[in-house]
Design a protein around this ligand. Structure first.
Ligand code: ADP
Ligand code: ZN
Ligand code: MG
Length: 492
């Protein structure tokens, strides 16, 4: 992972070296009951257009916005989880620009006094996190354009990083970590395809390595929008670096502009020349009170800290330390909370038994995840309850079932649900571990095949397979192979 956090240079065809500078701006729609400045339902995916609207989120004259404290709290939670500084004073500003999906002709956002300053994620410093409102969504059919206000006024958080993202891998890694964090904190669905999380990458190149990130040495940046997958974040940044190198190599200048990503052509394209913050004529919104956050009990920093769930970094560490799981298994559990719940609960039944943890983790991340590909539903996953998994692992550890038997039980659980122990019994998967009984069988085999016993004693170890085969025949395959092997070695 560490090598992902190194800045790398690019060599042009003429042999010049260029160093990229990358910063991210990431928006996320917050999961709240109501919208940011009114009490309309926060449900941007309502298939019926313009159902969750009122005079505030459609900007009727005289309507007054009021702040959704739940949204503020969610941003404070994110800020705290990222070790950012919660503002003592905060206010909302009007960001003026005209667009059909914003009837006020301004967006309520935050400019000078964001809720959170500083912080760090994935080895990358964060500049700020602020809160604003989402716009309406528009669509175009034939000669008509349609505007749906269900999304207008949905709380939107914006996180801005310092221009210190080291490379395109690092950028997509940062975004993935943020998605994981937003989901862990339950503040956003953070689904990229649905637009719940939107990533913009700022990219520039320079001939200076500029280790201190001195803005004087930065090149002109472009901002690439609509990056709706982690893969695209990576491709778009790489594309933009190469494109800018070509521009400079031709002796031209990089335009400061906003660009989009064309997935079919795998190219960025110019959307508009970038406006500066002056163009937005920001000013404090006179309709919304200013806040001394420390004076509002709901925003108590202490309470927010105390109520943070276990964060991904903490969970990783705990899983490595307490369970010695493989890194990829830990990531699987972080990304799949439903599987993780089963692991957490079942693992409680095996204190400090590393073998049990590793079996449990294997069955969940590989066998069960594989079986579930046939029909991935929460309902089906319930068949693999912590109780059933505990039973399966215990039966394996006690030598009652083989790993083959365990797999049969998993398939049966998937198809018909039920109780793991009962299935083991019904399907004759219980191995005989009764040593007395097995010894008797071994004796029988020994008298039946004296020649083979002679050869075995003379050192022909291969005959063990033959003896095992005979014993399995006699027991109908139900003998515990480990115990059986031991008995053969002991008696013969
Ligand atoms: P703007 O005012 O154009 O929005 P900001 O200073 O607010 O620019 O920065 C927006 C984002 O661009 C931040 O993530 C920041 O880290 C990044 N950024 C700033 N300058 C550069 C640069 N020269 N190259 C790449 N990214 C940059
Ligand atoms: Zn409303
Ligand atoms: Mg900006």
């Amino acid at each position: 992972m560490e090598e992902n956090f190194l800045k790398k240079s690019y060599q042009s065809k003429s042999g010049k070296k260029y160093w990229p500078t990358i910063g991210l701006e990431i928006h996320a729609e917050l999961k709240t009951n109501s919208k940011m400045f009114c009490s309309c339902k926060n449900d941007p995916f309502n298939s019926k257009p313009n159902e969750n609207i009122c005079e505030i989120c459609t900007a009727q004259p005289g309507a007054l916005p009021y702040v959704n404290y739940e949204a503020v709290k969610k941003v404070l939670k994110v800020g705290k989880a990222l070790s950012g500084k919660i503002a003592d004073f905060s206010e909302f500003d009007r960001k003026n620009y005209f667009y059909p999906d914003m009837p006020k002709a301004y967006q309520i956002s935050q400019y000078k006094y964001p809720l959170i300053s500083g912080g760090n994620l994935a080895n990358s410093p964060i500049t700020r996190i602020h809160l604003e409102e989402d716009t309406a969504s528009s669509s175009h059919k034939g000669e008509y354009s349609y505007v749906d206000f269900n999304r207008a006024g949905v709380p939107l958080m914006e996180l801005v990083t310092e221009p210190e993202i080291k490379n395109s891998d690092h950028a997509s890694f940062f975004a993935k970590e943020l998605q994981l964090l937003l989901r862990t904190l339950d503040v956003s669905g953070a689904n990229l395809e649905k637009g719940e999380m939107r990533i913009e990458a700022n990219v520039s190149i320079s001939e200076h390595e500029n280790k201190e990130n001195n803005p004087e040495f930065f090149g002109t940046k472009t901002e690439v929008k609509n990056l709706n997958s982690f893969k695209i974040v990576q491709s778009a940044i790489e594309y933009e670096i190469q494109r800018q190198i070509e521009v400079l190599e031709k002796g031209e200048k990089v335009d400061q502009e906003t660009r989009g990503w064309d997935e079919n052509k795998a190219k960025t394209f110019s959307q508009r020349k970038k406006e500066n913050s002056e163009d937005y004529r920001y000013f404090p919104d006179p309709d919304i009170p200013k806040y001394k956050l420390s004076e509002i009990s709901e925003f108590s920093e202490k309470e927010i800290s105390e109520n943070l769930p276990e964060l991904p970094l903490e969970k990783r560490e705990r899983y490595f330390n307490s369970f010695s799981l493989k890194a990829e298994d830990v990531e699987f559990f972080l990304q799949n909370p439903e599987y993780d719940k089963i692991f957490e609960k079942a693992s409680l039944n095996f204190s400090e038994n590393k073998k049990a943890f590793s079996l449990l983790s294997n069955y969940l991340t590989s066998d069960i995840a594989g079986i579930m590909k046939k029909e991935n539903s929460l309902e089906k996953l319930k068949n693999f309850s912590a109780e059933n998994m505990t039973k399966i692992i215990s039966m394996i550890l006690e030598g009652k079932i083989s790993s083959r038997g365990a797999k049969d039980i998993l398939i049966e659980l998937f198809e018909r649900s039920g109780d793991a122990e009962k299935i083991a019994g019904d399907k004759n998967l219980i191995q005989s571990s009764d040593e007395g009984e097995l010894e008797k069988i071994v004796q029988e085999i020994a008298t039946q095949f004296p020649d083979q016993v002679q050869k075995f004693k003379a050192g022909d170890e291969n005959l063990l397979k033959f003896f095992m085969g005979q014993a399995m025949k006699k027991t109908g395959g139900s003998a515990n192979p480990q115990i059986l092997t031991e008995i053969f070695k002991k008696i013969l």
